[in-house]
Write a protein that binds this ligand. Structure first.
Ligand code: GLV
Length: 305
């Protein structure tokens, strides 16, 4: 079984592999190396995206496309029929949820303001809000939402979860406008699908009370950038974004200098645990495939349409 991975460092993190499994590296360069017709498992590089999606059609032996991360929005439509697509499930979800906690707590306890006072050599105490008793709406209940909610609860936050389909403890997305009217923070941890693209628009943002926080660690296009910019510039809302639209954010884009915004360059899952978490899963998936067992974290393409 031929497996292509994007980084050589991933090989040893995959652990022991059965006889007959060969692992080679393809970094996404345009010239597909020899052997592309024999690749059975592809762990795709994240860029250049067009080279990767084109390559999928040139891998006739492909059985499994195994992502290193959660989001599959850019690749799901390019995976040929009959080929399994799996994301990284929950292997990195705790770390992404941790980023959300970091920006929420930093915002509420006004750490950026205190850091500015420190830089100015000023001792400026102030009362700050706290997560305790704040009303938090979590949008999305995949692996990241399921990691995040239990982190919020010990802080005594008042948490409401919203997702496409209502289920026990989860409100349907149709209720979002009403729920936002009473929310101190909206935490977007959803996948980018046709249902979530542009979902958080001017109308929804206007439902949030003055001073509320919008956090996006899902995908940039879920929140309409222009609409968010209006609210940030007016000083009515605050935001913390790990993902943007467009992404990467081009030089000179208005978000760079927007007030009331903390911006990080898509590093929610980018921790020193990432490689071991992700390639540990790749090794596990390859062992399952080699043993004729089912793989984990299959993606249903219909959920993205
Ligand atoms: C990060 O962006 C992910 O998709 O896991």
């Amino acid at each position: 079984m031929l497996v292509w991975i994007p980084f050589a460092d991933g090989r040893e993190l995959m652990g022991d592999l059965p006889d007959g499994v060969t692992v080679d590296v393809w970094d996404g360069s345009d010239n597909l190396p020899a052997g592309h017709d024999r690749v059975e498992v592809l762990v795709p590089p994240w860029w250049p995206k067009a080279a990767v999606t084109d390559a999928l059609a040139r891998m006739p032996s492909l059985r499994l496309v195994q992502m290193l991360n959660a989001g599959v929005d850019w690749i799901v439509d390019a995976v040929p029929d009959g080929v399994t697509l799996c994301n990284a499930g929950d292997v990195n979800a705790v770390e992404v949820a941790e980023w959300v906690m970091a920006v929420v707590l930093s915002h509420l306890r006004r750490l950026p303001g205190f850091a500015a006072a420190q830089a100015a050599g000023e001792w400026r105490p102030a009362l700050t809000p706290t997560l305790r008793h704040r009303r938090v709406v979590v949008l999305g209940y995949g692996a990241i939402g399921r990691a995040l909610v239990p982190m919020l609860r010990p802080f005594d936050a008042d948490v409401t979860v919203v997702a496409r389909t209502a289920r026990d403890g989860v409100e349907p997305v149709e209720r979002l406008p009403d729920l936002l009217a009473g929310a101190d923070a909206l935490l977007v941890v959803a996948a980018l699908t046709e249902g979530t693209r542009g979902l958080v628009d001017a109308e929804l943002l206007a439902r949030l009370p003055d001073g509320a926080l919008v956090v996006n660690v899902g995908r940039g296009p879920i929140v309409r950038t222009e609409d968010l910019l209006v609210e940030l510039t007016a000083g009515r809302l605050h935001a913390a974004l790990d993902v943007t639209d467009p992404e990467p954010l081009p030089p000179g884009h208005a978000l760079w200098s927007a007030p009331n915004l903390v911006l990080t360059p898509h590093v929610g899952g980018g921790t020193t645990n990432f490689m071991a978490n992700a390639f540990g899963l790749v090794g596990d998936q390859v062992r399952r495939l080699a043993a004729g067992e089912d793989v984990r974290f299959r993606i249903d393409p219909a959920a993205y349409r």
